[in-house]
Design a protein around this ligand. Structure first.
Ligand SMILES: Cc1cc2nc3c(=O)[nH]c(=O)nc-3n(C[C@H](O)[C@H](O)[C@H](O)COP(=O)(O)O)c2cc1C
Length: 360
């Protein structure tokens, strides 16, 4: 995070925190009057993790509030690219005043969170002149005291003249910050996509493989005891939970996998969901010829199946059914016992690469 000062209208200095990569599309956060930059901090950090550059602005100068649209216009003019402006509370009206008339030249979009009722501003027709895509969010921070806003706002906007107004109400959301972030990301992806959409299509194996790889998954190690009672297993990301009652799950195993004959016969098998520290384990259980259980802590479960120590979750399953499916077979297991660790992050797989989750 770096610190920057913008020159407001008339030369006042406005402080801002800058977060994220300067090549990412920008979001300008404007807090409510009386709030400082910490009000937006968590949202700011989450937006950065979602690929946005964030400027978190303080509309106070030397402790004095400068609630003028002109100051915000001056900041926008210095930003170099057109950000999406996300403003809270009374900051919404400052942003609305700043962007009425020619806002589309200065900003790619406008998000108004918990905008209070301001009859003067509505009567003044400020809102009616907005021409940029706008999202009105109610109940983003506090229970909305502003339920009438959207109606009043919409009434002030002659239908058909506004570029596009959407609205949403987060009052019923159990986690408001998460719900607000979800709405922001939906708006940003639509109005200010990080990259232009580029679709690839085809039915050749490469295209289909790449298309499948767009589904982000966790990673598991499927384990069983072979005919000699030795532990065996392979890396698999084709895991899916199937049913809660009875508790069923499935994995798809390649007919050519070295462990396929064992898994076809096994009455019981284990599915170990890997955590962030088990990437080498995933590689070892996918590598041909590796001694997979050398240096691998494991313990037999109730049914004897090898369960890998330190996994995020280990499911112990009784074989329910097996279905042939092309060059794979689908192994369905009935879960007899599950053990999990509730704090660690999962190891993820997406587009052919390991990924890590950032809780944003
Ligand atoms: C991330 C990842 C996911 C995989 N998912 C599966 C899967 O779902 N089913 C499968 O049969 N093989 C899957 N594989 C490949 C097997 O792990 C690998 O082919 C197998 O372990 C090869 O060794 P083997 O033939 O000696 O058993 C996956 C490999 C990786 C790296």
């Amino acid at each position: 995070m770096s610190f920057i000062e913008y020159k407001g209208f008339g030369g006042v200095l406005l402080a801002a925190d800058m977060l994220g990569d300067e090549n990412d599309p920008a979001v300008l956060l404007v807090p409510d009057i009386g709030q400082d930059r910490t009000a937006w901090r968590e949202v700011a950090e989450a937006l950065v993790l979602s690929g946005r550059r964030v400027v978190n602005l303080d509309l106070r100068s030397g402790g004095e509030l400068t609630p003028h649209g002109e100051d915000l216009r001056a900041v926008l003019a210095q930003m170099g690219s057109r950000p999406v402006v996300v403003a809270a509370g009374r900051g919404s009206w400052i942003a609305t005043r700043a962007l009425a008339l020619d806002g589309a030249h200065l900003a790619a979009g406008l998000v108004l969170v918990d905008m209070p009722v301001d009859d003067d501003a509505i009567a003044g027709g400020v809102a009616a002149r907005l021409t940029l895509p706008t999202l009105v969010v109610r109940g983003g921070f506090a229970p909305a005291q502003c339920s009438a806003v959207s109606d009043a706002f919409n009434a002030a906007l002659p239908i058909g003249e506004s570029a596009d107004i959407n609205e949403c109400d987060l009052e019923l959301a159990s986690d408001r910050r998460e719900a607000l972030l979800g709405q922001l990301l939906e708006f940003l992806e639509r109005r200010q996509p990080r990259e232009a959409m580029e679709f690839k299509a085809g039915s050749d194996p490469r295209t289909l493989r790449d298309a499948m790889g767009c589904f982000a998954t966790g990673i598991t190690i499927v384990t069983a005891l072979d005919a000699e009672g030795m532990p065996t297993g392979l890396t698999a990301n084709s895991f899916t939970s199937v049913s809660l009652d009875p508790p069923l799950l499935l994995v798809c195993i390649a007919n050519t996998a070295g462990t396929a004959p064992t898994l076809r016969e096994a009455k019981h098998f284990g599915v170990n969901v890997l955590q962030i520290g088990q990437q080498p384990t995933s590689n070892r259980f996918a590598a041909k010829g590796a001694d997979r259980f050398a240096n691998q802590p494991w313990a037999p479960g109730q049914t004897g199946v090898p369960l890998l120590g330190g996994s995020l979750v280990s499911f112990e399953c009784q074989r329910e059914s097996l279905h042939e499916a092309g060059d794979h077979f689908i192994l369905i297991g009935r879960v007899v016992r599950a053990q999990f660790e509730p704090h660690r992050d999962p190891l993820l797989y997406f587009r052919g690469k390991y990924r890590r989750l950032h809780f944003a």
